[in-house]
Design a protein around this ligand. Structure first.
Ligand code: C5P
Length: 230
């Protein structure tokens, strides 16, 4: 079963809500990222919740355990449904789980950012490890310590899925139809191939939010993943 999350990469709450209104019932989960968080992101999150939408706050937290714990607790208080935290060691992951407490907030791990390659890991981080091995290690650690899912590119899904719990959510960005502009995405997959590779959620931004008819575009993505839901 795969569902669609739409990434609202906008500078203002007003621009984001204009698109949310155009999309209407076709989408139930919206991702809010740093561009909005440094503007009126909190107002947008409250407004999305008021409209009955689920909110994925893509904060990609990476800090000392105490700071991560407090930030996660604030996000939970705000009513955020999904929050990203870097899988940067067990202390940080445990702090995030403490911060979530008894709230319904789902914690998603970021393993290795998709622009990072093996040569950067070796030459800039001193890590002689393949990207896929590191992604697997960081994702399985997050699963073991109580995270609910991870953000993974479609090509990592088959490598990692067999090693995590059955209910661990796989959230996959970099999704395009063959004719769509890739933008800055390097490793892209179609909605159907991500769904059949086991994505729990696909994350789509510009192909929907910048479309002439965002509701129509969202529905095309919904139809493409429905084939796999039946
Ligand atoms: O517009 P587009 O479909 O490329 O948007 C994808 C969204 O997913 C963006 O908000 C981007 O920040 C996010 N994302 C990503 N790749 C990752 C993690 C998050 O594209 N590895």
């Amino acid at each position: 079963m795969t569902a669609l999350i739409v990434a609202l990469d906008f500078a203002s709450c007003r621009d984001a809500l204009t698109v949310v209104d155009k999309i209407g019932e076709a989408v139930g989960v919206y991702k809010v990222g740093p561009e909005l968080m440094f503007g009126d992101g909190v107002a947008l999150i409250k407004e999305l919740k008021r409209r009955g939408k689920s909110v994925f706050l893509d904060a990609k937290l990476h800090d000392i355990p105490n700071t991560v714990e407090k930030a996660v607790a604030r996000a939970a208080l705000l009513g955020v449904d999904f929050l990203t935290v870097h899988s940067a060691g067990s202390e940080i992951l445990r702090a995030a789980v403490r911060g979530r407490g008894k709230s319904r907030l789902k914690l998603l791990a970021v393993s290795v950012l998709t622009h990072v390659g093996a040569s950067e890991l070796l030459l800039e981080h001193g890590m002689a490890v393949s990207v896929s091995k590191l992604a697997r290690l960081r994702t399985t650690l997050a699963d073991t310590l109580g995270f609910d899912g991870a953000v993974l590119s479609a090509n990592e899904l088959p490598l990692i899925k067999p090693h995590v719990s059955g209910d661990f959510a796989m959230v996959t960005p970099g999704i395009r139809f063959p004719g769509d502009a890739p933008g800055d995405q390097k490793r892209i997959a179609t909605p159907a191939s991500a769904a059949s590779a086991g994505a729990t959620y696909i994350v789509v931004g510009r192909p929907i939010t910048r479309a002439e008819d965002p509701a129509k575009s969202a529905n095309l993505f919904n139809v493409a993943i429905i084939g796999d839901n039946q």
